[in-house]
Design a protein around this ligand. Structure first.
Ligand code: GTP
Ligand code: MG
Length: 173
């Protein structure tokens, strides 16, 4: 049995995009409609089974998206092995904020960090709620060397998959 880690990972993105919901879905397989906005940051530890004979310990920091907490973020992403930049597919403003996070992370000298762009609330894609085109986000991710996926903390879609993708890329570094 190979036991990798612990590796630090961090969730970044505008308030209300679903960072805490993704963390809760990933770590506990649960979802709550009314969780409350994060103050400061929250910490989760989780062991991810990579394959039959390897697992990875992940130390996950769920940051607060409200702008008044922005100054704390570098403490969490500075030495992270992986960063998930989350936006809400029903909010163009949150996608714009996500791009600013990408710029900020590329200004750090943590060149080994694996970065993923994550469009959450994919369960709301039906109807007219979508404000961020999936192809546009995917293209932006490709140009910037980011992993990209749309997820739903509510349904669980792609939540395990996005962490698996990041974990496997971290192990290749
Ligand atoms: P801050 O802590 O303020 O930065 O917000 P956050 O990014 O942690 O958002 P949070 O997880 O608290 O979710 C905000 C709201 O969006 C909550 O009402 C969630 O129930 C809802 N939500 C989160 N993920 C999803 C999702 O995948 N689908 C839908 N429909 N709603 C979601
Ligand atoms: Mg939160």
């Amino acid at each position: 049995m190979n036991y990798f880690g612990p590796f630090k990972m961090v969730l970044l993105g505008e308030t209300y995009v679903g960072k805490s919901s993704l963390a809760l879905r990933f770590v506990k397989g649960q979802y709550y409609e009314h969780g409350g906005s994060t103050i400061g940051a929250a910490f989760f530890s989780h062991t991810l089974q990579i394959d039959d004979d390897s697992s990875m310990k992940i130390e996950l920091w769920d940051t607060a998206g409200q702008e008044r907490f922005h100054a704390l973020a570098p403490m969490y992403y500075r030495d992270a092995a992986g960063s998930l930049i989350i936006y809400d597919i029903t909010s163009a403003a949150s996608f714009h904020r996500a791009k600013l996070w990408v710029t900020e992370l590329y200004q750090t000298n943590n060149i080994n960090m694996v970065i993923a762009l994550v469009g959450n609330k994919a369960d709301l894609a039906i109807g007219e709620k979508r404000e961020v085109d999936m192809r546009e986000a995917n293209e932006y991710a490709e140009v910037n060397g980011l992993i990209f996926m749309e997820t739903s903390a509510k349904s669980g879609e792609n939540v395990h998959e996005i962490f698996m993708n990041i974990a496997k890329k971290v192990l290749l570094k």
